[in-house]
Write a protein that binds this ligand. Structure first.
Ligand SMILES: [Zn+2]
Ligand SMILES: [Zn+2]
Length: 229
C-alpha cells in the first residue's frame, strides 16, 4: 500500500514545468530538515539520542556550519562527541568483546548521517506517491510527460519505485514516460560533452563552444541532481 501524503507538494512542483521537479522536492525537504535539526529537534530527546549515535556526513556538517544558529550545532556536537569518547574508552580500556563491539559501532557512525537517512526515506515516499499519481490520474500522467527534465538520480529513483509498485505491463509504460522526459536532457548533455572534448582537437580550435564551455558542470549536475556544482 502506497502512502499518499505527499500528493499536494508533488503537484505544486510538477505544475512549475521548470527543471527537475524531484530536485526541487528534494532541496525543499533538505532545507526543512536542516532547519528542524538546528531548531525544534533540539527539544526532542528521541531525535537527540539518534543524532548522538549517527552524527552527520561532511556535506551536512558544512551546511550546518553555514547556518546562523551556532549554539544549536555546538550542543549537537557536544553530546555526539561525548558518545564517541565513551566508545573510544571501550575500544582502548574494555574487554576484547567490548572493544570489538565499540569498534563496529564507531565504524558505522563514521558512515552514517541522520539527515541523509531522513532525506532518503522521504524521497522514497515522494517517488512512490509520484508512481501512485501516475497510475491513478490520467491528468497527472500528462503532466509528468510534459516535464522539461528529470535528472539521472531522480529518474533512476522513480524507475526503482515503479519496479516496486507497478505491474510489469504498467511498468513498461511508466518507464517509457520517464525515459522520454529524462532522455531529452541526456542527449543535450552528452552532445555538449562531445563538443567540449572535440574542442581540444586542433582542427576544431577557435570554434565557439557557447553553453558547452560548462559541459562537465552541466553533465555532473544532470547525473547527480545537485546544484552545488
Ligand atoms: Zn532531480
Ligand atoms: Zn548527510
Amino acid at each position: 500500500m502506497i502512502e499518499k501524503n505527499y500528493t499536494i507538494p508533488i503537484n505544486e512542483e510538477f505544475d512549475k514545468y521548470d527543471s527537475c521537479p524531484v530536485c526541487r522536492l528534494h532541496e525543499k525537504f533538505e532545507r526543512q530538515s536542516l532547519e528542524y535539526i538546528m531548531g525544534a529537534a533540539m527539544m526532542e530527546p528521541d531525535v537527540r539520542i539518534e543524532t548522538n549515535e549517527s552524527g552527520f556526513c561532511a556535506r551536512h556538517y558544512r551546511d550546518m556550519l553555514s547556518m546562523r544558529n551556532r549554539l544549536s550545532l555546538a550542543l549537537i556536537l557536544e553530546t555526539h562527541l561525548r558518545e564517541i569518547e565513551k566508545l573510544f574508552e571501550e575500544v582502548s580500556g574494555g574487554s576484547k568483546k567490548q572493544a570489538q563491539a565499540a569498534a563496529h559501532k564507531l565504524a558505522g557512525m563514521a558512515d552514517d548521517c541522520f539527515l541523509c537517512r531522513r532525506i532518503e526515506s522521504t524521497l522514497e515516499k515522494y517517488c512512490s506517491n509520484i508512481v501512485y499519481l501516475w497510475k491513478a490520474e490520467p491528468e497527472f500522467r500528462e503532466k509528468l510527460l510534459r516535464q522539461p527534465k528529470f535528472c539521472f538520480a531522480h529518474a533512476a529513483a522513480l524507475l526503482k519505485s515503479g519496479l516496486e509498485h507497478l505491474s510489469s505491463k504498467q511498468f513498461a509504460s511508466f518507464a517509457a514516460d520517464i525515459g522520454s522526459v529524462a532522455g531529452k536532457d541526456l542527449r543535450v548533455r552528452s552532445d555538449e560533452v562531445s563538443r567540449f572534448c572535440k574542442s581540444f582537437d586542433y582542427r576544431y580550435s577557435g570554434e565557439d563552444l557557447g553553453e558547452a564551455k560548462q559541459a562537465c558542470e552541466h553533465a555532473v549536475e544532470w547525473l547527480t541532481g545537485s546544484t552545488d556544482t
